[in-house]
Design a protein around this ligand. Structure first.
Ligand code: ATP
Length: 277
């Protein structure tokens, strides 16, 4: 569905993208993670056609972003709603732009309002909504025309658990229906919940890509042994042998054993040279 190859982009003295390549297949959720300044938003803006790359190529079902606009749904990082216009009017506007007409458009708005739990504020101006309500409304503008490619840039930033859950479920449902999803986030547990393929951006390129299990394979976890004569904590890639070794060194009674396998936070830290340039 999405193929981006060797993208480059320079802003004055900052090389924002430096050979950035990423693919997302139909039905796949790609979780795009990386430290502040890694190039994620620059990439998303390029795919949505808002920004031109200096070099490289983007194809969406074989078409350029400009020619594939009707196939893309985007929820940008910063809320981009008109303050004086209601949620329903936003959805009508974006729906019509995508060629939807009543009564199909009306039915679509009702369905989305129910799905994202927006019925209570559908006719309120966006400027009067809470942050979480605005997040849901914004996501709805990306979903109204059932796009084949969804670009969601930190869609749950600042969202409460209920909003986050509604958004994650909506994303999973769209992927289940065959949409390709690029989902940038700093909340790594969301990617486990979405069963996303994870792509790690660093210094303007993708440095690792795979399932959580693939990326965590070989990363050290922790063994913690609580004993009467003192607690022991060791970071290791071989949890079982390390535990046996530690137990051999404990003299008094063992009070607790905790095994903490590597998680996505460890992965993040292992790639953790700051990207702020
Ligand atoms: P974050 O997690 O903070 O959203 P990001 O991975 O989305 O970060 P980008 O916003 O793509 O990162 O920025 C990549 C680099 O390009 C950063 O160093 C940033 O300062 C720089 N940059 C982005 N937009 C501009 C711009 N319009 N002019 C100059 N530099 C820019």
């Amino acid at each position: 569905m999405l193929q981006a190859t060797d993208l480059t982009k320079r802003y004055d003295d900052v090389q924002a993208l430096d050979g950035f390549s990423l693919e997302a297949a139909a039905g796949e959720i790609v979780g795009l993670v990386g430290h502040n300044g890694a190039g994620k938003t620059t990439f998303v803006e390029m795919v949505s056609g808002l920004l031109k790359p200096d070099g490289g190529e983007i194809r969406i079902d074989g078409r350029t972003p400009a020619k594939a606009r009707d196939r893309i749904g985007i929820s940008p990082q910063h809320i981009a709603l008109y303050r004086s216009i209601t949620v329903r009017e936003h959805l009508r506007f974006y729906g019509r732009l995508a060629g939807l007409r009543a009564p199909a458009l009306r039915a679509r708005i009702d369905d989305l309002a129910a799905e994202l739990r927006m019925t209570g504020f559908l006719d309120r101006p966006a400027g009067l909504l809470s942050g979480g309500q605005q997040r849901r409304a914004q996501a709805a503008t990306a979903l109204i025309h059932s796009p084949g490619l969804l670009l969601l840039d930190e869609p749950t930033a600042g969202a409460d658990p209920e909003t986050r859950q509604a958004l994650l479920e909506a994303v999973k449902r769209r992927a289940g229906e065959g949409a390709a999803v690029v989902y940038t986030t700093h909340y790594l547990h969301e990617l486990s919940e979405l069963q996303a393929t994870i792509a790690v951006a660093s210094h303007g390129r993708i440095v690792a890509r795979g399932s959580a299990a693939e990326l965590l394979d070989g990363l050290p976890g922790e063994v913690l042994v609580g004993a009467a004569d003192g607690d022991l904590k060791v970071t290791t890639t071989d949890v079982t042998s390390t535990l046996l070794e530690l137990l051999g060194t404990v003299r008094g009674p063992v009070e607790s054993i905790e095994l903490r396998p590597a998680n996505l936070d460890d992965l993040y830290r292992s790639l953790a040279v700051s990207d702020v340039r």
